[in-house]
Design a protein around this ligand. Structure first.
Ligand SMILES: [Zn+2]
Length: 205
């Protein structure tokens, strides 16, 4: 799967992995990532078109405290995040083509000092946020892409059932049946899955 630029401006203003420990203007923004910038930033005025960097299904549409108006698009084990948007043009569970218009740049959320796009990639096979993020290499194939991956059930924060997993990885409850079939499970959609069991997460297509 190829990674395209999410905007026409290809100039990265803050690179992946930038250590913000000593930068007072960025203080506390990336605490969950050992103070390292978990994505790349593109300096953009408000209202600039943002495009999907790859094809996928919309799994997050939210107003996040730090990232502001944020879209998450997943394909296989790869999640792309588009943050600080002024406008969102997609809905949860919608399948998006690569290059499709998804929103407009902005300055929403607490972890921003001026309008820009924060673009982030996560490999969902990892358990901890700081291990999930990796450096985007634009106009290249994503090497760690896998069409299907395993999620080990962790019920400590929220008890997980098939409906929950469907919402988490597909943006709606419509894929609960598909997850059930792929894993050959004989349980109800609302039944809590056993702790530490590996569940295969199929792709949306
Ligand atoms: Zn950023």
């Amino acid at each position: 799967m190829k990674l395209n630029f999410p905007c026409e401006n290809h100039k990265i203003s803050l690179d992946f992995g930038f250590d913000a420990s000593d930068d007072l203007s960025l203080k506390g923004f990336y605490e969950l990532f050992d103070n390292k910038h978990p994505g790349v930033d593109f300096d953009l005025p408000e209202g600039i078109d943002i495009f999907a960097a790859f094809e996928g299904i919309v799994v997050r549409v939210e107003n996040h405290i730090g990232m502001g108006n944020t879209i998450g698009i997943r394909n296989g084990n790869i999640l792309s995040l588009y943050a600080h948007l002024s406008k969102i043009e997609v809905n949860l569970g919608e399948i998006i083509n690569s290059g499709q218009l998804i929103g407009e740049s902005g300055n929403t959320g607490k972890a921003t000092t001026s309008p820009h796009l924060h673009f982030e990639l996560r490999d969902l096979r990892y358990k901890v946020l700081k291990d999930m993020v990796f450096k985007p290499e634009f106009e290249m194939e994503i090497n760690n892409f896998q069409d299907q991956f395993n999620y080990k059930i962790n019920n400590s924060n929220n008890p997980k059932n098939l409906l929950f997993l469907s919402k988490m990885y597909f943006g709606s409850e419509e894929f609960a049946e598909k997850i059930k079939i792929v894993n050959n499970l004989k349980i109800n959609f609302d039944e809590i899955l056993p702790q530490d069991v590996d569940i295969k997460i199929p792709n949306f297509n």
